[in-house]
Design a protein around this ligand. Structure first.
Ligand code: KDG
Length: 331
């Protein structure tokens, strides 16, 4: 009998679907794109890679097919230092694929081929206590609940189980309108907010969930009233606002962006930057959230300036240098 390797200790566990991503090498209509680069993608594994590059121990849990694309995902994540030893392989259902289309302006279009994928079959029975053993924090997103009939229940069970084992939980709603109806998305995402400690919506997602409120600051209070002790509201090119118990809302300026190339993955980079500082117990509570938001904004800004969902994410030393206002020595 082959024994599964013991999973390593983890600062952060993420659970979600990772796919193979196909990016056309040139801008223009996808239908006529002759050449593609192949990589991997997935909001939660993007966060895991970001954290690993920033020096944290990340564990990714997901379901992949028993196929070459599943192998590619698992080996790419392992190559990035992410623990994948608890990922499951499903012989009956395939690994998903997604295609990007760069139009030359605005956000790229994405086309998913993920219905019936191994990850879409995730169900509450798959969630195991050992996923959280030796870990401090769980990060989940609103993409997984949209994937299959039982995936929302599985995410809720995972959030509760993680908390019962003493982990804190962050939740990024990551609204993907192509995956479900607005009504199902709103109902399901709202129901998951009370199960997290740190909620990470973008402004558009906040408006989608609560309706338009007169002041941006009001979103933070409303979400905090649902349960999370902290909320980070992403404002894109205007930075972010942090809301924490007992403190005034904290506005953080954006990190400068020279040229936006590809916005996909920016929210995941933000989450990785935020968690990398927020989970640092050596920092005192009075500076921790502000520093975390600054790192988050810098990571999000960096992510918009290269093609690919995670490939250009910086390592710890590079991020520290950028945050200190230093330049890279490139030659
Ligand atoms: O946040 C980036 C993700 O959206 C991307 O990597 C692919 O997970 C993905 C999705 O479902 O869109």
């Amino acid at each position: 009998m082959t024994q599964k390797p013991q999973s390593v200790q983890a600062d952060v566990v993420t659970i979600g679907e990772s796919m193979v991503s196909m990016q056309p090498m040139a801008e223009g209509p996808l239908a006529y794109a002759p050449l593609f680069t192949k990589s991997i993608a997935g909001a939660e594994s993007n966060v895991a890679i970001g954290l690993s590059r920033l020096g944290l121990r990340a564990r990714w849990i997901g379901r992949l097919g028993v196929d070459p694309f599943g192998d590619l995902i698992q080996s790419t994540l392992a190559g990035e230092g992410v623990d994948t030893s608890l990922a499951e392989r499903d012989p009956q259902h395939p690994t998903a694929i997604y295609f990007k289309e760069f139009k030359g302006y605005g956000d790229p279009n994405v086309y998913y081929y993920r219905k019936g994928s191994a990850a879409s079959r995730l169900s509450p029975e798959h969630v195991k206590p050992e996923w959280f053993h030796g870990a401090r924090h769980l990060h989940v997103t609103g993409i997984t609940p949209a994937l299959g009939e039982r995936t929302a229940d599985a995410v809720a069970v995972a959030m509760k189980m993680a908390r019962s084992q003493g982990l804190t939980v962050s939740f990024d709603p990551n609204l993907r309108r192509k995956l479900w109806t607005e009504e199902a998305a709103r109902r399901t995402l709202l129901a998951l907010i009370p199960l997290c400690d740190l909620f990470l919506p973008g402004l558009e997602e906040a408006e989608f969930l609560l309706g338009e409120l007169p002041e941006e600051e009001q979103y933070g209070q409303r979400f905090r009233d649902m349960g999370p002790s902290a909320v980070a509201l992403k404002l894109g090119e205007r930075g972010a606002i942090g809301f924490e118990e007992g403190r005034a809302p904290l506005r953080v300026s954006p990190y400068p962006v020279a040229r936006v190339v590809d916005t996909v993955g920016a929210g995941d980079a933000f989450a990785a930057g935020l968690l990398s500082v927020y989970l640092n117990q050596a920092l005192t509570a009075d500076i921790r959230f502000e520093r975390a938001l600054q790192a988050a904004c810098a990571m999000g800004a960096i992510a918009t300036q290269y093609r690919g969902d995670w490939e250009g994410l910086p390592k710890r030393a590079e991020l520290d240098r950028l945050l200190a206002g230093g330049r890279d020595v490139t030659r």
